[in-house]
Design a protein around this ligand. Sequence first.
Ligand code: OFO
Length: 169
Amino acid sequence: MINETLQKAFNEQINKEFYSEYLYLAMKIYFQEQNLQGFVNWFDVQVQEEHAHAMGMFNYLNERGGSIKLEAIEKPVVEGDCPLTIFEHVLRHEEFVTSRINALMDVAEEVRDRAALSFLDWYLKEQVEEEASVSGVLATLRLIGDDKKALLMLDKDLAARTFVQPVIG
Ligand code: OFO
């Protein structure tokens, strides 16, 4: 049976992962309106990844005999009004999620739940990848500046991203 405090922390993180899914869905709307279909695809993949992250914890908590509590998902607020500023928000958000995964691991450590720590290791590595991939797009957007042709080239690149169902844990 999983410790109560750790169970609560898992439930909070499940909510954060669903919020991430919702936030990226909101960001996708901006790119749909700009007709930047490659960016739309990038956010589609991001949305599916966040759903997989939430469900990974959902299934884990269930496997551990924990009680899953679904709370309200906050209204997503997209900060930014162009690809660059929106991706700055994506990076800030991923850094925030990384800090929450670390905090969740702190709780697992405090209650000496080694199985949970080992499970959460996957999330920690995933956050390193998430931040690196977003930083890469952000660096390209900074180079692009106001060059519309270069933006369309990036859009074409982002159209190639595909979702791969992760094997979590
Ligand atoms: Fe779930 O990693 Fe992004 O937020």
